[in-house]
Design a protein around this ligand. Structure first.
Ligand code: PRP
Length: 177
C-alpha cells in the first residue's frame, strides 16, 4: 500500500494561484493520465471498503471529479453508482440541498428515485476542502433516509477542517496536505 500511495502522491500536481490568487490548486489529472496511478487509487479505495464498509450497496459520486473515480470503484465492488449533481442538470423529479460557498450559495441535487430508504451508501469525491460539498451531499442522503457509511476522497486539505464539519461521519483520504 505504501508504494501505491507514493504513486498517487507523485501524480498530484500543484498549481499556484488557481482558480484565484492565493489558492494552491491540487490537480488530479496526472492520475487519470497514468493507468498505474489510477489503478492504485481504486485499489486503495477498494481495500478500505473491504476493511470498513463491506455492507456498502451504492457508491455516490460528487459533481464533477467524483464521477471520475466513483464508477470505477463501484464496478470493482459490483455495486451501483449514482450522481450528486450541481443544480439543474438532472431530469425528472429531484431533491436538492443548498450550501454556502465562500461567496454566495450553491445547490446539489439527486434524482428522487436514485437511492432507496435504508440503502447503505458511500460518498466519493476527489478532494475534501471545507467539507461544504460533502456535507450537503450527506444531507441529501439523509433526506432520502439512506444510510451514509462514510466518505472517501483522494485528497484532504487538513487546514480547512472539513473533517470537523462532517462529524460524526467517517472520512477516508489517501493523501493529506
Ligand atoms: C471541488 C472539489 C470538491 C469540492 C470540495 O469542486 O472537487 O467537490 O470543491 O470543496 P469543499 O470541501 O470546500 O466543499 P468544485 O467546487 O471546484 O467543482 P467541480 O468539481 O465541478 O470543478
Amino acid at each position: 500500500p505504501e508504494c501505491k500511495l507514493q504513486l498517487v502522491r507523485d501524480h498530484i500536481r500543484p498549481y499556484q494561484d488557481f482558480p484565484k490568487k492565493g489558492i494552491l490548486f491540487r490537480d488530479i489529472c496526472p492520475i487519470l493520465k497514468d493507468p498505474a496511478a489510477l489503478t492504485a487509487v481504486i485499489d486503495l479505495f477498494e481495500e478500505e471498503v473491504r476493511r470498513n464498509y463491506q455492507t456498502v450497496e451504492l457508491i455516490v459520486g460528487l459533481d464533477a471529479r467524483g464521477f471520475l473515480f466513483g464508477p470505477l470503484l463501484a464496478q470493482r465492488l459490483g455495486v451501483g453508482f449514482i450522481l450528486v449533481r450541481k443544480k439543474g442538470k438532472l431530469p425528472g423529479t429531484t431533491l436538492s440541498v443548498e450550501y454556502n460557498l465562500e461567496y454566495g450559495k450553491a445547490e446539489v441535487e439527486i434524482q428522487e428515485d436514485a437511492v432507496a430508504p435504508g440503502q447503505k451508501v458511500l460518498l466519493i469525491d476527489d478532494l475534501l476542502a471545507t467539507g461544504g460539498t460533502l456535507f450537503a451531499a450527506c444531507e441529501l442522503m439523509k433526506k432520502q433516509q439512506a444510510e451514509v457509511l462514510g466518505c472517501m476522497v483522494v485528497i484532504e486539505l487538513k487546514e480547512l477542517n472539513g473533517k470537523d464539519k462532517l462529524k460524526p461521519q467517517s472520512i477516508f483520504s489517501l493523501v493529506q496536505y
